[in-house]
Design a protein around this ligand. Structure first.
Ligand code: ATP
Ligand code: LTN
Length: 337
């Protein structure tokens, strides 16, 4: 008997142009794997990107580039649904209902909002940034998502999504499916190569500590070779005592499929320099075909746009019935037909 596949949903912002290695290992790699076993819906969340100022032409270009990179990483539009968030208006429509169900204090506790708004100052912080998690909740709930593959930094937003979904269900009757975070421990948090105490991030990383997938591989290889490691000489996985070495081992392991134990054995008696050089080589080998595939999609924007239009159509067919049910339960008067 055919069993129904569990729904997964995730999104990525088209903000910096190229994805970085943390985005890939923390999230996108899982997206590619899950399309084989799950009913997967993925979105380039341009509405989320608009929570901070974006140049219009650059935002359009980044959205295409994000979609091309997702396809380059191995998403197959015949195996999953890939869309641009703003092509599916139900996201914004549901977000309003979620906004009206979320407490101000509850939203104000989101650590990502607190961090980002503290960095920008209140005057530069938009109300959009404040309501970002409620739009994310709408993204997830529209598709009756069971699992959300993301990096560790998104866990709190998924917990908020569950809370709000439960509140809606209690108030209006069973409507939403409760989602859970799908976070792989090993790659939940890829650290900055220059400062292994902080996560690799487009907003926080130093230029030399962040590996951009679309950079020339030579540039990235150099960053690996000059990664900050720890005191001592032994190549051993120990996040507390050896954060730099552990980060490199996690990256090596994720890119090759070798376990951390196998890698520790492989590097027994060898110094940190050998590890750095090999990670650089492993990355270079992995990234070349990724970049070539991404470039193929970029070279044919008409085909890319066609794929995205088909994705939006598939996504809307799933999202519209959820929104209809929500509107009906909340008590919005349906327009006469
Ligand atoms: P920023 O830190 O500037 O907000 P970002 O680099 O986290 O941006 P996003 O587009 O917000 O990028 O994240 C896309 C996905 O990548 C999310 O699932 C996020 O959890 C994951 N991710 C981002 N950085 C890392 C990291 N260093 N390690 C693991 N996963 C990560
Ligand atoms: N906030 C997420 C991006 C995002 C997302 C989502 C992730 C927007 N909507 C829905 C999972 C599910 C981030 O990566 N920073």
């Amino acid at each position: 008997m055919a069993t129904e596949r569990l729904r997964v949903f995730s999104g990525i912002q088209p903000t910096a142009g190229s994805f970085h290695l943390g985005n890939y290992l923390g999230a996108v790699r899982q997206w590619v794997g899950l399309q084989e076993t799950h009913d997967a819906v993925y979105s380039v969340v341009d509405l989320h990107a608009a929570t901070i100022p974006q140049d219009p032409a650059a935002l359009r270009e980044s959205s295409r580039l994000a979609a091309a990179q997702l396809l380059g990483a191995g998403l197959d539009p015949d195996r999953c649904t890939l869309c641009i968030q703003s092509h599916v208006p139900e996201h914004t429509q549901l977000a309003w209902v979620i906004n009206c169900l979320t407490g101000f204090g509850e939203a104000a506790r989101m650590t990502q909002f607190k961090d980002k708004s503290a960095k920008q100052g209140t005057d530069a912080t938009t109300v959009g940034l404040f309501t970002y998690p409620m739009l994310m909740a709408a993204d997830i709930l529209l598709y009756h998502t069971r699992q959300v593959p993301v990096g560790e930094d998104q866990r709190q937003h998924i917990e908020l999504t569950r809370d709000v979904a439960q509140r809606f269900n209690a108030r209006y009757g069973e409507t939403f499916t409760l989602p859970g975070a799908y976070i792989l421990k090993e790659t939940a948090k890829i650290q900055d190569l220059q400062d292994p105490a902080v996560k690799m991030s487009k907003s926080a990383s130093s230029a030399k500590g962040i590996v951009w997938l679309m950079d020339e591989p030579k540039t990235s290889a150099k960053k690996f070779r000059s990664a900050v490691t720890d005191t001592g000489t032994e190549v051993r996985y120990d996040r507390a005592a050896k954060p730099g070495v552990s980060n490199l081992l996690a990256i090596y392991s994720a890119l090759t499929g070798l376990t951390v134990e196998e890698l520790e054995q492989k590097f027994e008696g060898r110094l940190y320099g050998a590890l750095k050089t090999e990670v650089a080589d492993v990355f270079t080998e992995w990234v070349a075909p990724f970049r070539a595939r991404t470039q193929q999609f970029l070279d044919d924007p008409a085909e890319l746009d066609r794929l995205l239009a088909r994705g939006a159509e598939k996504a809307r067919a799933m999202a519209a019935p959820t929104l209809d049910a929500v509107y009906e339960r909340v008590g919005f008067l349906p327009p006469a037909r």
